[in-house]
Write a protein that binds this ligand. Structure first.
Ligand SMILES: Nc1ncnc2c1ncn2[C@@H]1O[C@H](COP(=O)(O)OP(=O)(O)OP(=O)(O)O)[C@@H](O)[C@H]1O
Ligand SMILES: [Mg+2]
Length: 272
């Protein structure tokens, strides 16, 4: 629908190959530091609220796999139990061994990779879903790995709270680098919207000033919310065969129950 109304070949806010954005300079720094720490056995923690771009950063690091001197193993759809992680590691190394030998064989294979001058990156997305017990076992395992690796955890701020507990000092003291991905500010969000429109050759005034203002306020720094709100508002405009998204279209989306705040929903229940 969007493509036919706006006569474009691609939809905005719906791209696959996302790269770190120029306005997220700290992400470029994170990438550099992750590479440096991989020289000495890194243990990195990248923290961010939902929707700020952690998984997009993970996907970017995954693309290093195409470089000759790099092996990237990424976990994003495991149930985060220790054995499933080990099995997935083994699968990525094309290692078919009985479960009882799996740890030792993984370590041997990791040494073989490093002998071939490869650096290993092990990425775990949504690492706040890991229990501390699993994290502790992983920490012990990677301590026996060759030094040229970086274990990178992408997590929500919750994980930090657990790490600050005294009983988890052993894990916390081994972290070599941690960084928070900050939510985008209003100007950055506006630049993001413009860039998405430009990428598909749509006019930068497709959203009028009022619409942009409301979108940015509702998104409050969260890229996913911003993307979803822009896309849904665009659909509302297209349903009316309009080529300009106005505040009315945005508000039509914001009326949907999942956009309402907890307080608003409670008030509504009391009234009815
Ligand atoms: N660099 C980027 N360029 C364009 N869009 C982006 C970028 N980073 C994030 N986004 C948009 O924001 C959405 C959310 O990003 P992402 O899934 O990486 O967040 P997250 O921090 O992993 O969230 P969660 O904690 O909920 O998993 C993406 O689907 C994409 O639409
Ligand atoms: Mg994610």
């Amino acid at each position: 629908m969007i493509k036919s109304i706006f006569a474009t070949t691609k939809e905005p806010f719906n791209r696959q190959d996302l790269k770190p954005m120029s306005q997220q300079k700290h992400i470029i720094d994170i990438i550099d530091i992750i590479k440096i720490h991989a020289g000495q056995g890194g243990f990195s923690v990248i923290i961010g609220e939902p929707g700020v771009g952690k998984s997009v950063l993970r996907e970017h690091i995954e693309s290093w796999e195409n470089e000759r001197d790099t092996t990237v193993i990424s976990f994003s759809r495991t149930m985060h139990t220790y054995l499933t992680i080990l099995k997935q590691l083994a699968l990525s190394f094309r290692l078919y061994v009985p479960t009882k030998n799996i740890e030792q064989e993984l370590i041997n294979t990791a040494f073989k990779h490093v002998q071939q001058r490869k650096t290993l990156y092990i990425l775990i997305d949504d690492a706040h879903l890991l229990t501390m017990e699993v994290l502790r076992k992983l920490r012990l395992l990677f301590e026996r790995f060759p030094k040229k690796h970086n274990l990178v955890l992408f997590c929500e701020p919750d994980l930090l709270h657990y790490l600050t507990l005294n009983v988890n000092q052993d894990i916390r003291s081994r972290i070599t680098f941690s960084q928070t991905i900050k939510p985008l500010n209003n100007d950055d969000l506006e630049r993001y919207i413009v860039k998405e429109l430009e990428a598909v050759k749509m006019g930068i005034n497709t959203f009028d000033v009022g619409a942009i203002e409301v979108i940015i306020r509702a998104a409050s720094g969260n890229l996913r919310l911003c993307r979803n709100l822009c896309y849904a508002s665009l659909i509302e405009a297209c349903r009316e065969a309009k080529k300009i998204v106005t505040i009315t279209h945005v508000n039509q989306v914001l009326m949907q129950p999942h956009w309402r705040s907890h307080d608003e929903l409670l008030k509504q229940q009391v009234k009815s």
